[in-house]
Write a new protein. Structure first.
Length: 171
């Protein structure tokens, strides 16, 4: 499980332009953003899945708690969640455990090790590939583009497997 932010400002990547002309992008000066929380999940039969939520504000403890409860309700089984040590994650787990959430077990990633988190590869694919050089006109356009870019990964089992492979995790 992990979070990231998507801005109205484009993420500039290499692009094409006529020889001798510098490519130009016109973008907003506004710094509106969306925060996305997502997780990849593996069923007991090794089927991969994906779940995400988009927020118009930063993801805090309450959003992590709600996300984990919704994920448990959706999957209908006990969860073993692998996450980093973000303060919102630690307080959400503490809050759920104090509330008696016996369905939740947590494995903490070591500090400063994003390469071990398969969701980081998902963010990389979404931001640096699917949404590279994308300039939305409004926050609603960004919402639609993020929903499409992040949600499309759930349809492709090979792509989901590649996220685990990039983190060097065997399924």
């Amino acid at each position: 499980m992990d979070e990231t932010g998507f801005l109205l400002q484009p993420l500039n990547r290499r692009t094409w332009a006529p020889r001798g002309r510098r490519p130009q992008q016109r973008a907003w000066q506004r710094h509106d953003r969306l925060s996305v929380i997502a997780s990849l999940h593996v069923s007991p039969r090794r089927h991969l899945g994906h779940c995400f939520r988009i927020h118009s504000h930063n993801v805090r403890t309450a959003e992590v708690v709600k996300y984990l409860r919704d994920l448990h309700r959706q999957l209908g089984r006990k969860l073993i969640v692998v996450m980093d040590r973000l303060p919102a994650h630690r307080s959400a787990v503490r809050r759920l455990q104090n509330a008696g959430a016996t369905w939740l077990a947590v494995e903490w990633l070591p500090g400063y090790a994003p390469e071990l988190n398969p969701v980081e590869a998902h963010w990389s694919c979404s931001k640096y590939s699917r949404l590279a050089n994308y300039v939305p006109n409004h926050i609603d356009d960004l919402y639609d583009a993020v929903t499409e870019a992040v949600g499309d990964a759930a349809l492709d089992q090979a792509l989901l497997r590649s996220f685990f492979q990039s983190a060097r995790l065997r399924l």
